[in-house]
Write a protein that binds this ligand. Sequence first.
Ligand code: SAM
Ligand code: SF4
Length: 463
Amino acid sequence: MATDADMATIDEALIMTALETAREDAVRVREILAKARELKGLNASDATALMAVESPELLEELFDTARRAKDEIYGRRMVLFAPLYVSNLCSNDCVYCAFRKGNPEVHRRALTQEEVAQETRLLIDQGHKRVLLVAGEAYPKEGLDYIFQCIETIYDVKTEWGEIRRINVNIAPLEVDEFRALKACRIGTYQLFQETYHRDTYAKVHLSGRKRDFDWRLNAISRAMEAGIDDVGVGVLFGLYDWRFETLALMQHVAQLEERFGVGCHTISVPRIEPAVGAEVSEHPPVPVSDNDFRKLVAILRLTVPYTGIIMSTRENPEMRRETLALGVSQISAGSRTNPGGYGEEDYEMSQFSLGDHRSVDEVVRDITEMGYIPSFCTGCYRMGRTGQDFMDLAKPGLIKHYCEVNAVSTFVEFLEHYASPETKAVGDKLVEKVLNEMTPAQRKRAEPLVHDVRGGQRDAYV
Ligand code: SAM
Ligand code: SF4
């Protein structure tokens, strides 16, 4: 049972003072970058010093260090997923979101289970294996059971060559018992963004509904972990308040989780506010994050928490996505629609926000393959129970690479065999040969039989 001492808190004064006194200091920055190269992470004071970097030369050194860290830990693989919006019913009024209760411009709907199955089939037919289930904060008459039913429906859809093998969820905060029930549905990551860690700003942008309660949301991740969900994702909606404050506050939040549960978060999401119908604030974010600051924040996160995945959605345009992949991003969505039923129709009017990347999964896969990344549809760790502390124990000494690159290749081959266009298959097959040739003998010994089996018709081959 959680006590008051277990409650997450953000020390705003500490962050403000640190930011006020931060100045660019080349000597200190280079010391920090040397420390960052050891891949053991950075503390808040280090991160604050990196945030003050402005001169082009030092900035390039920061980016270069982030690129190397990314490469060292994550290698060439890039995990792909798609969001599946099941409902836009919502009882909150978040001024930046099209689904907010007071928005008359959005037609409300919660997909029927048949519609959920149909959307799932469309995603499977594009080659996806991982989905992020997303819903507004109100449920149809079934209550929270509606979400549980959706999860069951998605897992139950099987096509000739595919199925969804991992469902992550981004839904409203729950009570501990409800989180336990959610875990029993075999979810992957429970993901929740604090939106802003700045209490006053939070109050200004969340006008009504349960979400108005800052602490209820801040402690949701702890409740999920108390319920046994050891794979959690956090995030900030960038553009509401100073990105430097948000990043330092997020670090405080993660450090408190680590202290209390022995493990922090599995992923960090970095959405920037995009224009949304009927949500004026989204057209003019109060504290927009420039492209340069956005690159900087991804690089700093990469060095600060080197083993935590960074997720980039299709909110960003293809150029920004390409750049930030190298700086630290390890998972991207592709071919996304952000309205319930969006994969079966072209009704962008009802989207939660407008997308920066409209390309199909096949196009995204081809693009990142040409950049040398191995698109990964792997869901192996989660199904082998390599989550939470177990995952970190493997990840920190670099062992996860032995599984990940092999599984990335076998799931990529599965994609190439069954879902890729001829152009994508051609560039993909070439990359697979190159990667196999460059593997260590031990990795190659694991990967080659899997690739052989998948080409021979086996699916879902992983170690
Ligand atoms: N309703 C739940 C909640 O608020 O946590 C989950 C779903 S909500 C649709 C998922 C996320 O979308 C929110 O946490 C928010 O960060 C993001 N979002 C809302 N409006 C946005 C916008 N205009 N641009 C980019 N992201 C947005
Ligand atoms: Fe509802 Fe979530 Fe949108 Fe807020 S962000 S209005 S809670 S769907």
